[in-house]
Design a protein around this ligand. Structure first.
Ligand code: BEZ
Length: 212
């Protein structure tokens, strides 16, 4: 059966460009983004890995580690890193798993046989500090991902964990958020949302982002 939101992220031990990774131990008390690449020395992957290296300080701010995966071995990744650094103008600053045996790819259902029998698609897993899968995204090999969107989604997950709110369409940091429809007691509403709220419908109430 496939992996679902809310499941415990499968643990594994696998080699990476930064040595052996014991996944749950590596996550520790942080969040993590695990993302797969079809193959080394491919153009879209090269741009994605460079982008994530540039965004690493943003992931750090969110207490979130990043780790890539490609189905070639670590020796190949190490050769590829030189190309990524030269063409994307950035130092690689996070590990990339070597998954030539497809161990992690199979654990995380990253191989979609009707796309390719042997190569991973572009999967993204956001995993929280309790090692639970909180979000999954899947793109085909030919479409590069938008890692600003992944940061935005991490922001939403972390905000909605802290406050009983949800984030509306296209939400970004600082925008109004939605009050959970389950909160109806006026006293609780006042306590939790002292800045007040706008009621467009009884089920659609917007309030300034808490904690800002
Ligand atoms: C790429 O990263 O550019 C790529 C990888 C596999 C298939 C197509 C494109």
């Amino acid at each position: 059966m496939g992996l679902h939101i809310g499941d415990t992220a499968p643990d594994f031990t696998q080699e990476s460009t930064e040595g052996t990774i014991h996944f749950h131990q590596w996550i520790g008390d942080k969040w993590a983004v695990l993302f797969s690449h079809p193959k080394d020395f491919t153009p879209v992957c090269t741009t994605e890995l460079g982008r994530v290296a540039k965004l690493k300080p943003e992931f750090d701010k969110r207490n979130c580690k990043v780790i890539g995966l490609s189905v070639d071995d670590v020796a190949s990744h190490r050769r590829w890193v030189g190309d990524i650094e030269e063409t994307q103008g950035v130092r690689m600053n996070f590990p990339v798993l070597g998954d030539a045996d497809r161990k992690v790819s199979h654990l995380y259902d990253m191989i979609h046989p009707n796309a390719s029998d042997t190569l991973t698609v572009r999967s993204v897993y956001v995993i929280d500090s309790n090692k639970k899968v909180r979000l999954m995204i899947t793109y085909p090999a030919s479409t590069g991902r938008n890692f600003d969107e992944i940061l935005r989604a991490v922001d939403s997950l972390q905000l909605t964990d802290r406050y009983t709110v949800a984030t509306p369409v296209d939400w970004k940091q600082g925008d109004d958020v939605i009050i959970a429809p389950s909160i109806t007691d006026p006293k609780v509403l006042k306590e939790k949302f002292p800045k007040g709220y706008r009621e467009l419908r009884p089920y659609l109430r917007l309030t300034p982002q808490p904690g800002k």
